[in-house]
Design a protein around this ligand. Structure first.
Ligand code: DX5
Ligand code: ZN
Length: 228
């Protein structure tokens, strides 16, 4: 049996960092089983990396996969990370497919305020992401309006890349600007070597693909990332 979160995983009160396995490193031929296993091992939510082959040089998953996962594990919160050029095109399809939260990139060619409104109108919480080369000031006008800021710690496109240490300064600048009901997510190269620096910089939602699905002890990996 998978467990239902007691509070909203993004906006609820938390007492320890949340851990979100990115299913990008799961076995796609056994996706339901892999996802159930990480949830039973203590994952707080599942992170879906959506890539369109244009914003990033890779193609991954669409709303159909999200819908199947939602039907398979209806009580599990799905965090959709849109690495796409036109986020507005994908908000409603993912919301209809069971997404609970949707993050888009400030670097995408859209009006951020319009995308945030669209995500909320679709019934999801909203996040804004910044790529490693992007200054945190680019998202400053939108910080108050979102439920989560995602700091990318690799250039998006693939799992298994090395953590880019220079994003920690940006993370430290953003952290004090967030309210208690907002999350600061780190995504990319988060593993046992980098996670302490992420937590110290103020991240309270840690995404990991290879560090979890590449391990043979999901529960041990998740609790180590959490800092338990
Ligand atoms: C990167 C994705 C990440 C990625 C993380 O483009 O947004 O979520 O899957 O993979 P790891 O944890 O292996 O760096
Ligand atoms: Zn991601």
């Amino acid at each position: 049996m998978t467990t239902m979160p007691a509070t909203h995983p993004i906006t609820g009160t938390i007492t320890a960092p949340l851990v979100a396995p990115s299913i990008l490193s799961a076995d796609f031929a056994a996706l339901g089983d892999d996802c159930r296993a990480v949830v039973e091992a203590g994952a707080d939510l599942l992170h879906l990396d959506v890539m369109d082959g244009h914003f990033v040089p890779n193609v991954t998953m669409g709303p159909a996969l999200c819908r199947s996962l939602h039907h398979c594990l209806p009580e599990v919160f799905l965090d959709v990370h849109l690495m796409v050029t036109n986020p507005m095109m994908y908000v409603q399809p993912f919301a209809d497919a069971g997404a609970g939260h949707i993050t888009f990139h400030i670097e995408a060619d859209e009006d951020p305020g319009e995308v945030i409104d669209c995500i909320r109108a679709a019934g999801c919480t909203a996040g804004i992401a910044v790529n490693p080369p992007t200054e945190w000031q680019s998202i400053e006008p939108w910080i108050e309006a979102v439920d989560m800021v995602l700091v990318m710690s690799v250039n998006p496109g693939f799992s298994g890349q090395a953590f880019i240490d220079s994003v920690l300064a940006k993370t430290r600048a953003i952290a004090p600007r967030l309210r208690d009901d907002q999350r600061l997510q780190m995504d990319g190269g988060v593993n046992l070597g980098s996670v302490e620096a992420c937590r110290e910089a103020g991240c309270d939602l840690l995404v990991a693909a290879s560090a979890i699905f590449g391990s043979d002890d999901f529960a041990g990996s998740i609790s180590a990332l959490r800092g338990a």
